[in-house]
Ligand binder design. Structure first.
Ligand SMILES: [Zn+2]
Length: 76
């Protein structure tokens, strides 16, 4: 079963890499997730993932769907 993967910053990547939650749109700053208050700079690379809160919700949803639907078709 594939689960949500963390983002692995590549060595040598010196440009700013932002991680944005694809659900609540929060941005990771260090170990915290904060709401974005200003438009994101276009120069930044944005990687989408899940913040801990949304990851938990996504897992719960996944578990619910897995237990409810036995023959789930793989997502395209
Ligand atoms: Zn989130």
């Amino acid at each position: 079963m594939s689960v949500i993967r963390g983002t692995q910053p590549r060595k040598g990547e010196v440009r700013k890499m932002l991680v944005q939650c694809c659900v609540c749109k929060k941005i990771r700053k260090g170990k915290r997730w904060v709401d974005i208050t200003s438009p994101l700079s276009a120069c930044c690379h944005i990687s989408h993932g899940y913040c801990p809160v949304c990851a938990e919700a996504a897992f719960a949803e996944l578990h619910a769907s897995l237990s409810g639907v036995k023959s789930a078709s793989p997502a395209a």
